[in-house]
Design a protein around this ligand. Structure first.
Ligand SMILES: [Zn+2]
Length: 277
């Protein structure tokens, strides 16, 4: 077994295979979780009428109903539901109603495949690599959901935070001390919290959401407080560069809100993999 999995190319292949399968699950999370939360919050508001047909009727969660076409609701056949392969074979169109398949499906699967292969190559088949696969998947799902809905669900950010702290206690990342992870979690939350309130008191506008504080808090738990300046700088710089480009191309109006989660997620991932430079 060790010999079979020992070579770098078989490690990369194993990572890519695991990654696209996980990526396929991330798509389920990215598609269903925001709709499920929306449905629950509407039920909370006792506004059970006039619901989106996708979210309105019956049980709806990550496991139910089985995979179906989001447009015509036909169940997917297993060979139309293979990660990446089916999208390529179908040339980006659904088999049932010939509508374009959202680009998020192949993108998440491809990204998770490449990143998992990279993690296995860099860290080997270790506990650290598997922990980073968990971090990578959660960050990708968060980035996809925030990019589409401007929402970083607590159901993803909080478990990520607790897992980071638990990982520090259990020694998933050899170099991370538990005290650094705890201080990192607190400092990550408080730094953006104070920035938010400072900005809000000065401009009477909201610059960020609470989800961003929780995500940076999770980043601090996974990376230790020492990594927070680099994470904040990378996220702010890439977010600003994106905003400027989007403004120049006329895709972002002045004052229009822009999700910050994808940039935070990318900064956390890069720092987790390449360390503090
Ligand atoms: Zn269809």
């Amino acid at each position: 077994m060790a010999e079979l999995l020992g070579g770098p190319s078989s490690l990369a292949l194993l990572g890519a295979l695991l990654g696209v399968i996980l990526g396929s699950f991330l798509n389920v999370v990215a598609h269903r979780l925001p709709r499920q939360l929306d449905r629950e919050s509407r039920a909370w508001a006792r506004d059970l009428l006039a619901l989106d047909p996708e979210t309105g009727d019956g049980t709806y969660n990550l496991a139910w109903p089985p995979s179906h076409c989001p447009r015509c609701k036909q169940p997917l056949r297993w060979f139309h539901n293979l990660p990446l392969v089916s999208w390529l074979a179908l040339r980006g169109q659904s088999a049932c109603c010939r509508q374009p398949i959202a680009l998020r499906y192949p993108l998440l699967e491809g990204a998770m495949g490449l990143m998992t292969a990279f993690l296995f190559l860099r860290f080997g088949l270790t506990v650290e690599a598997l922990a980073l696969v968990l971090l990578t998947g959660t960050l990708l799902a968060l980035a996809a959901i925030d990019g589409e809905w401007q929402l970083l669900p607590d159901t993803l950010t909080l478990p990520l935070l607790w897992l980071g702290l638990l990982g520090a206690v259990l020694g998933w990342t050899p170099a991370l001390h538990t005290s650094d992870a705890i201080i990192g979690a607190a400092a990550g939350y408080l730094s953006l919290w104070s920035l938010y309130w400072g900005h809000r008191l000065l401009t009477k506008r909201e610059g960020m959401g609470y989800g961003d504080f929780k995500l940076l808090s999770a980043g601090g738990a996974w990376l230790g407080w020492q990594a927070l300046p680099q994470v904040a700088l990378l996220a702010a710089a890439s977010g600003l560069a994106y905003a400027l480009t989007a403004r120049l191309r006329g895709r972002l109006d002045p004052g229009q809100a822009m999700p910050f989660g994808p940039f935070l997620a990318a900064a956390i991932w890069l720092t987790a993999v390449f360390g503090v430079r």
